[in-house]
Design a protein. Structure first.
Length: 208
């Protein structure tokens, strides 16, 4: 399977319509971000293991979460959970800058090496507890969390710009979590649920 078939059969057919998101999904070479032994199934319609108990998300979920952020070339996005770097690469094709944080050093380094080799220069990397966010670069035009949280980290909510949204799976270690969108309205936050998802749990001080 190639990227064009992936987009047409897995993503467009499920209702993703944002042209920039579809273009990014067609362009990013997912096969360069999975372990060597999984190259033949790089574009399969499911998550794949990347080591250290982590996964690269199903392509549709990456596209869906990206579309929820309503990305455009003016925006700066914070990603919590670099993982393989695939979500960061998709965002980097659309937005001005991506700030990505990974708590597992080995994954952070591998993603940085791979993404820089692929030519991305608008992705900024940090190793640490993503639940703390990146306060020096805040506020952000959007925040995306690629692991399931038991509670929404308050630090992340406070690093949103007015009117910006945080896309986050909620449910912690539950078998199925709820992919939620948190929109900042002044000092208040409006939360809506979208679809059921299954992510590995978010780790770090904010989730203990």
């Amino acid at each position: 399977m190639n990227r064009e078939i992936m987009v047409s059969s897995q993503i467009e057919m499920r209702g993703i319509t944002n042209p920039a998101v579809l273009a990014a999904m067609r362009k990013v070479e997912r096969n360069k971000l999975v372990p060597d032994d999984l190259q033949p199934v790089a574009y399969a319609d499911n998550p794949l293991p990347i080591g250290h108990g982590q996964t690269i998300s199903q392509p549709f979920i990456v596209a869906y979460m990206t579309e929820l952020l309503d990305p455009d070339p003016s925006k700066r996005i914070l990603e919590i959970g670099t993982g393989s770097g695939y979500q960061a690469a998709v965002l980097a094709e659309i937005v001005k800058d991506v700030y990505t944080i990974e708590i597992i050093p080995a994954l952070a380094e591998r993603a940085k090496v791979n993404l820089e080799a692929m030519g991305y220069r608008n992705i900024h990397f940090r190793t640490g507890d993503g639940g703390l966010g990146w306060p020096e670069e805040a506020p952000f035009d959007g925040i995306i969390v690629t692991a399931a949280a038991g509670v929404i980290p308050e630090q992340l909510m406070m690093q949103l710009k007015e009117g910006a949204c945080l896309v986050i799976p909620l449910g912690g270690t539950s078998i199925v979590q709820s992919l939620s969108v948190v929109v900042r309205e002044g000092e208040k936050f409006k939360i809506r649920e979208t679809i059921g998802v299954r992510f590995v749990p978010l780790t770090g001080v904010t989730q203990q």
